[in-house]
Design a protein around this ligand. Structure first.
Ligand SMILES: [Zn+2]
Length: 405
């Protein structure tokens, strides 16, 4: 009996150890930008072995082993895999992955993220249980998807569940994650950290109505950011207005999850405040275009991103896909291009999030030994920022997640 049990255990372990090792291949003939500062490498070659980048160089420097599969890159541009640092894994299926058809989950993740080049997504609110389950299923090779980082359940102020969020929690039968008391919230944060979340999301300015924003008390923000930092987790804030932004920045938050156009243009003092507190911004520019309001002009969002970028602040790319059902990021690139040059946009998509979230030693650039997370674009973003959305092939850890061929 013992040996039968051992065989069964072995088979179970074998079945869930992960995807078959991705096939080795070469991307040949593309223009390569290895990182946002790098000069273009024309007619380049990248060799991928066992999911990692084994070699990068020109065709004269790097030869493709005979018989190796090749992906043609001529006329295309190869860059590192993109990060979308503000998404939500909140469709019904993504919130209940155990009950969903894996092929359907894979299809949803492709439509929302990987077909647009996102090899890493930071989920800034779903549920701790569903997001960590989804991530485990991808790691086990049950279906293909991006690298998932998550904040799990967010922290809403007491009696401060955002007006747009309440119906979702009711429809999905999920308890509303409001703070009942500071000790209770810190205890929940500790549990979420144990469960494997990668960050913490605080609604420091929660939208309760058109003119009604609830600002989280400063002592509560301080207690939660201190707890998060004990677990080495970054803290994101949904700021909404100037009070919600300043409450976040003055009390230890690391990343603003939206620009704050309702607060008006950011002057030099506001920018200095963000930069000196080392606070990054995920502006979610197109959100303000998709949901237009006189109080939140897109031109003000552009001003804030430009001011922060020119002031030396960190901008991370993010679209709020999953809250919005617009998954094509073209509008985000068009608006970002009004605020910064294409190299800064590429940094916001790759090196800046990799550094900010502690992964620059494994991804964020095209370099020997790094994970083979790459995007092959039709066109060159140096000539036209729209090319960032013209994704031909998305590769994560040497696995082709999406291809137009
Ligand atoms: Zn969001």
């Amino acid at each position: 009996m013992k040996s039968v049990a051992m065989v069964a255990a072995f088979l179970a372990a074998w079945c869930v150890t992960g995807p078959a090792l991705a096939e080795d291949f070469a991307v040949v003939g593309a223009r390569i930008y290895a990182d946002p500062q790098a000069k273009a490498l024309e007619n380049g070659v990248v060799i991928v072995r066992d999911g990692r980048i084994a070699a990068v160089g020109s065709r004269a420097q790097v030869s493709v082993p005979q018989g190796m599969k090749t992906i043609p890159g001529a006329g295309r541009t190869l860059v590192a895999g993109f990060w979308n640092s503000h998404v939500h894994l909140m469709t019904h299926d993504l919130l209940h992955p155990d009950a969903a058809d894996p092929a359907k989950l894979e299809g949803q993740l492709r439509d929302m993220f990987t077909r647009w080049g996102f090899t890493t997504v930071f989920d800034l609110t779903s549920s701790t249980a569903s997001a960590t389950t989804l991530r485990r299923m991808i790691q086990e090779g049950r279906f293909a998807g991006p690298q998932i980082l998550t904040v799990g359940d967010p922290f809403f102020p007491k009696n401060g569940t955002p007006v747009y969020a309440r119906p979702v929690y009711e429809a999905e039968h999920i308890a509303v994650p409001e703070i009942r008391s500071t000790p209770e919230a810190v205890a929940r944060l500790d549990r979420q950290a144990q469960a494997g979340v990668d960050g913490v999301k605080l609604f420091t300015g929660a939208i309760l109505g058109a003119e009604d924003v609830m600002v989280m008390p400063a002592d509560q923000i301080r207690a939660l950011t201190a707890a998060a930092h004990r677990h080495r987790l970054p803290v994101f804030a949904h700021p909404t207005n100037r009070e919600g932004m300043n409450a976040a920045v003055e009390n230890g938050v690391d990343v603003l999850a939206h620009a704050t156009p309702i607060a008006g243009p950011w002057d030099a003092a506001q920018v200095r405040k963000l930069v000196s507190a080392h606070v990054a911004l995920v502006p979610t520019m197109m959100l303000f275009e998709v949901y237009p309001a006189d109080s939140t002009p897109v031109a003000t969002v552009v001003q804030q991103v430009r001011a922060l970028s020119e002031g030396g602040g960190e901008v991370l790319f993010g679209t709020d896909a999953g809250f919005m059902d617009v998954f094509d990021p073209s509008a985000e690139y068009r608006l970002m291009a009004q605020a910064m040059d294409w190299r800064h946009v590429l940094a916001a998509l790759t090196t800046t999030p990799a550094r900010r979230f502690g992964q620059s030693h494994v991804r964020g650039r095209i370099g020997r030994g790094l994970a083979a997370d790459m995007v092959l674009l039709d066109g060159d973003p140096a000539l036209d920022t729209a090319a960032f959305a013209k994704v031909a092939v998305t590769i994560r850890a040497g696995e082709i997640l999406s291809s137009i061929e």
